[in-house]
Structures are given as structure tokens and as C-alpha cells.
Design a protein around this ligand. Sequence first.
Ligand code: ADP
Ligand code: MG
Length: 324
Amino acid sequence: PAVVSQIAAGEVIERPSSVLKELLENSIDAGSTRIDIELEQGGTERLCVFDNGCGIFADDLPLAFSSHATSKLTHADDLFKIGTLGFRGEALASIGGVARVLLQSRPPECDHGAEIRCEGGELGTIRPWNGAVGTRIEVKHLFFNTPVRKKFLRAIPTELGHIIDTVIRLAMAYPTLHLTLKHNGKLIHEIPATMGLTERIGMFFGGDVRESLREIRSNPGGMVDLWGYIADPSCDRGNAKLQYLYVNGRWIRDRSLSHAIQEGYRNLIMVGRYPIAFLFLDIPPDQVDVNVHPTKAEVRFRDSGALFSLIRQTIAKTLLGSNA
Ligand code: ADP
Ligand code: MG
């Protein structure tokens, strides 16, 4: 089983930030309102996530590490209307296969919590744990048993950069979530629940970006709701590509929709420069397939042409409207 989980891990777990992404998604799915992250050495030595979500019952702890075990899908049909960030039941199994993991949890209904270890795919026994309500996962010595993969890890500042990107993507998708990030004992981000989306954008990308934001929203009543913020065409960040696209709360990469953003700014922005945009698409779950890529960063739309036009037109209209 250890070998299988190491192979599976290759698809999803590439570096500390991929571990973090999976743990954060689990905390969100658990209904957490606060998540604290602690790292050492860019997360390569130690990566710890502590949430205040629904927790895991003691008896279910081993199940969390078993492959294909998910508490989030009960019917095969559910795959086509996914409402949670996770659904494959692969992440913890994969992480447990390539690191030393300690999982501690206490559901609000329980007076005491429990813990279990999974090290290189070897599951330990369930023990009592006296901690706060929620879940705490500590991942140490990532890739300790897969030296080849360990060699692909980059310098600590690079890994930390990926970690910060992951935190930023999540912080913008859940603007009422309280998030903290500590690295080597130093607080890097403290993002309170009261800090809204535009304030978060200002904190991450600078006051000039925040000042130039324009609100954007598609016509109500459509099957798809597009909303968010775009920056004034004069807000120039050189060749940095500040474009964030979310589908139903999930950060995604999509070349065609990036192109739609560019087209919306047509003739308003210098050639070779990227418009700045933070866009959220809320669409019926059966209109998007999130099960095409293990990390779920790429999705397939049922009608991507319609989304392309929606983005291009809504941006163009917003920019023209405020110029008139
Ligand atoms: P998935 O998220 O696809 O279901 P994972 O491997 O990421 O699979 O997690 C396995 C299971 O462990 C989840 O379905 C969930 O029941 C449980 N779990 C993991 N992390 C948490 C958490 N932070 N809070 C509550 N339950 C969790
Ligand atoms: Mg998950």
C-alpha cells in the first residue's frame, strides 16, 4: 500500500504548497471560520494547519488516511454536482504516504479528542488527545522516503513563495475567513475575518491596485453569475499577471478565460501587459467538471464559449460605462 500511495502522491503532492492547498481545502469543507498555519523551512521540515471546523470522530481517524475514502460523496451522481472542495479522498492518503503526519481532532460534540499518526503510509493506533475543538494536522519531513522527489524541492524562499500564493488564493475566495501564517516562528500574515475582499487585495497587491478597482457584475437572472473587481487600465504592474479566477469558490487556471479578460480590455491596455482582475463565477455545479485534473486547478466547462463572451462583454461594458 505504501508504494501505491507514493505513486498517487506524485499526481497531487509536488511540494509543500500542494500539501497546504489540500489541508486548507479540507478545513474549508469542515466549515472552519479560522485557520492557523505554521511552517518551518518553507514547509519542507514542518507544516501545520489548525482549524476550528467540524472535526473527525476518533473511530473515523484511520479512514481519513485510506485511499478513496471521502466523507463528502455518497452517490456516484454527486460527482457531477460537487459542492465541496474535496471529493477524491486521495489527499490525506497521498500525504501520509510521503511524510510523517500527525492528525489530531475533536468534534464539538465530544469532550475529548483523539489522534493518529501516519508515517510513510504506516498507520499508527488511535490515542486520546486533549485539544481544542477542530482539527490539527502536522506534516513533517515531506518526501523523507522518496529522495528523488525531495531533490525537486527548491530553495526555501521559493517554496515559501508558493505557500504564500496558496494562502492568498484562499484568502480572496473566503473573505470572512480568519487566517494566520507563521514561518519559522515569525508572523507573515494575519488576516482577520473583518477584512473584506478589497482590503485583502490592497494588503496583498498594494494600495494603488486597491484604489483603481472597479466593481464588475453580470446581469442578474442568468444561469451564471459573474462578479468581482477589475483594475483601471491605467494601473500598470509591468508584466506581472495579477489575474485571479474562481469558479464556485475554487481557484482555477484557464487559458481561454484569461484570454477573455484580455479581450475585455482590448485597445485599452498596452500590448504585452496584463489587465488586473479578480473574478468570481458562480455557476450550477453540473455546468462544470472539476474532476479532470488531480489538483482540481483546471476544470472543464460545459459551455466555455458562453463564459468567454460573458467575461469579455461584462468587462468591456464596465470599462466603457465608467469612461462615458
Ligand atoms: P477529500 O477531501 O477528497 O474527502 P481527503 O483525503 O482530503 O479527501 O480527506 C479525507 C477525509 O478526512 C475527508 O473526507 C474528511 O472526512 C476528513 N478530513 C480531512 N481533513 C479534515 C478536517 N480538517 N476537518 C474535518 N474532517 C477532515
Ligand atoms: Mg480533501
